[in-house]
Design a binder for this molecule. Structure first.
Ligand code: SF4
Length: 244
């Protein structure tokens, strides 16, 4: 499925009905509904294996450890993230982890020195995250994200299920607080990302992530630049007009 120019009203209605049904449901119930009832065989989780990722990965493993899990390897991750990814995959026995990378010819043409992040982080995210993510999701009708309302900004009012014009998106942990995530990790003895102990509440690529003690969980991402999202979570385009 490729990105549509306009979103179909029936997809928006289906997403809204699912969001209303699942608002307030436990994340495991949201996942089971998506995996078993709504999108069987055409759903994937996209995970950054960052500071809060272990909870959702663990829940996915409880529902179906064969679910495709996509990791976008931008080639700018902290080495600790790659080690953490491998340890979690092994611990949770996830069987279909797909590591996707930027296209080498695009990098050679658009970011030959690997320093585009300095001059144009939006363009860098497009080559290293948005396009690989879009390619990896081509075969899926829906995907699962780990975004939460407590992240603030455009995430503050996220629904449990949405449609972005190309696909359905499921946000099982949308209403969970940092306290609930911490409690879940403690209950199941899940390891924390090693950089959390060094003051990183949110972890992405090394050039664009800094430790922070701020109240905004994502304040350390692209700090001081005004940029808050990498672009893989796009806003829904306008509704396709109905034919009369
Ligand atoms: S987060 Fe930074 S390094 Fe990573 S893709 Fe975006 S701009 Fe590039």
């Amino acid at each position: 499925m490729s990105a549509a120019a306009a979103v179909e009203p029936r997809d928006v209605s289906r997403a809204a009905a699912l969001a209303a049904e699942l608002e307030g449901a436990h994340p495991l119930e949201v996942l089971r509904t998506a995996v078993e009832r709504e999108f069987p065989g055409t759903l994937a989780l996209v995970s950054s294996f960052g500071a809060e990722s272990a909870t959702l990965l663990h829940m996915v493993a409880r529902v179906d450890r064969r679910l495709p899990v996509i990791f976008i390897d931008t080639d700018k991750h902290f080495p600790q993230t790659l080690d953490y990814r491998d340890a979690l995959v092994s611990r949770l026995k996830l069987t279909d982890v797909r590591i996707v990378k930027p296209e080498p010819n695009e990098l050679a043409k658009e970011d030959p020195k690997g320093d585009l992040w300095r001059a144009d982080p939006d363009a860098c995210c497009t080559i290293r995250k948005v396009r690989p993510n879009e390619r990896a999701l081509k075969e899926f009708e829906a995907w699962i994200s780990g975004r939460k309302r407590h992240h603030g900004g455009v995430r503050a009012h996220l629904p449990v299920v949405e449609h972005d014009g190309g696909r359905f998106k499921i946000n099982p942990l949308v209403a969970w607080t940092p306290k609930e995530i911490k409690a879940y990790m403690k209950t199941y003895d899940l390891p924390a990302h090693p950089l959390v102990a060094q003051g990183f509440p949110s972890i992405g690529c090394w050039p664009c992530t800094s430790p922070t003690e701020g109240t905004d969980a994502r304040a350390g991402r692209w700090a001081g630049s005004g940029k808050t999202e990498c672009g893989i979570h796009r806003a829904a385009p306008p509704l396709r007009r109905q034919a009369f």
